[in-house]
Design a protein around this ligand. Structure first.
Ligand SMILES: C[S@@+](CC[C@H](N)C(=O)[O-])C[C@H]1O[C@@H](n2cnc3c(N)ncnc32)[C@H](O)[C@@H]1O
Length: 281
């Protein structure tokens, strides 16, 4: 196991986000397991409607770390701004985001490949910036927040979203018990650089925090086959060669060593709504 946190290790990003199908497989398995918690893109839209004075007349909306475009679709179709710009470092995910937004009527949607530490947009050009589940990939998330502040127009809003440090720890227990990774419970959280406990503080390094909201999301996996679909591409674990990315082989190990039964796990999702500082030039 390398010492670097896999979410902060650039060398692991290509593997994590190089194939849209991997991320889709992991996300779909997790969403199928969800039993409690509102859809995050819908909640982002609700927060914008509650806190943005011109939510029905937005100009440019920036979706930072847009991935496969799940939030971009919701922002475009529910808020109907003049334009949605999605930005992500991973070309394969941008391709899929383009495909998913191709037929959205009435809103211009475009995607840029780039690094969120240097947003390729002019100062003061955005009415809304969303950064959902991506700041924890930065070793310097306060730099991203400063960039968000730079691109926000007066009266604009930022919505930042992340997860708690202890998210899915019941999965860590299972992975350790099954012997898949005996150290599973001792690895550093993937969300260490931007998590529920420090997100508001991070936002406040450049912005004024308007509100912070925490919501517990609960997930019940049907059993080993379902769990394996999620765990097989989770970079947290030091799986034996041949198991990473191979949910069938991983499920076989689980079946051999642990009784097959549903497993419930949790994550706290934190939303921070913030705005440019009063009196900012
Ligand atoms: C877990 S995905 C989140 C996708 C999406 N926001 C969502 O909520 O479904 C994290 C995304 O952050 C992107 N990312 C990681 N480092 C980045 C960087 N330095 N600049 C831009 N995007 C980055 C990844 O490529 C990936 O698409």
């Amino acid at each position: 196991m390398s010492g670097a946190n896999p979410f902060l290790d650039p060398a692991r990003q290509a593997d994590l986000y190089g194939h849209a199908s991997r991320l889709a497989g992991r996300s779909n398995a997790l969403m199928r397991a969800k039993t409690s918690g509102r859809p995050v893109p819908d909640r982002i839209v609700e927060l914008v409607r509650s806190h943005h004075a011109r939510a029905d007349r937005l100009g440019v909306v920036l979706d930072i770390g847009c991935g496969r475009g799940t939030s971009s679709v919701a922002l475009a179709s529910l808020l109907c701004p003049r334009r949605v710009v999605g930005l992500d470092a991973a070309p394969a995910l941008i391709d899929q985001a383009r495909e998913r937004t191709r037929h959205l009527p009435g809103v211009q949607v475009s995607f840029l490949q780039g690094d969120f530490h240097r947003l390729p947009l002019p100062a003061g050009s955005c009415d809304l910036a969303v950064a959902a589940f991506c700041l924890y990939h930065s070793p310097r998330p306060e730099t991203v927040v400063a960039e968000i502040d730079r691109v926000l127009a007066p009266g604009a809003l930022a919505v930042l979203v992340t997860k708690s440090l202890d998210s899915y720890r019941e999965l860590d227990q299972l992975v350790a018990t099954a012997g898949l990774d005996p150290h599973a419970e001792r690895h550093e959280s993937l969300y260490v650089s931007a998590h529920s406990g420090n997100l508001a503080e991070l936002a406040a390094t450049s912005l004024d925090v308007v509100t912070t909201e925490n919501e517990e999301h609960i997930f019940t996996f049907d059993g080993h086959d379902h769990i394996a679909e999620y765990v097989a591409t989770n970079p947290k674990y030091g799986l034996a060669p041949g198991l990473y990315g191979n949910s069938g082989a991983l499920a076989a190990v689980l079946h051999e060593f642990v009784p097959d039964r549903p497993l419930t796990t949790r994550s706290v999702i934190t939303f921070v709504v913030a705005q440019p500082r009063e009196g900012r030039s």
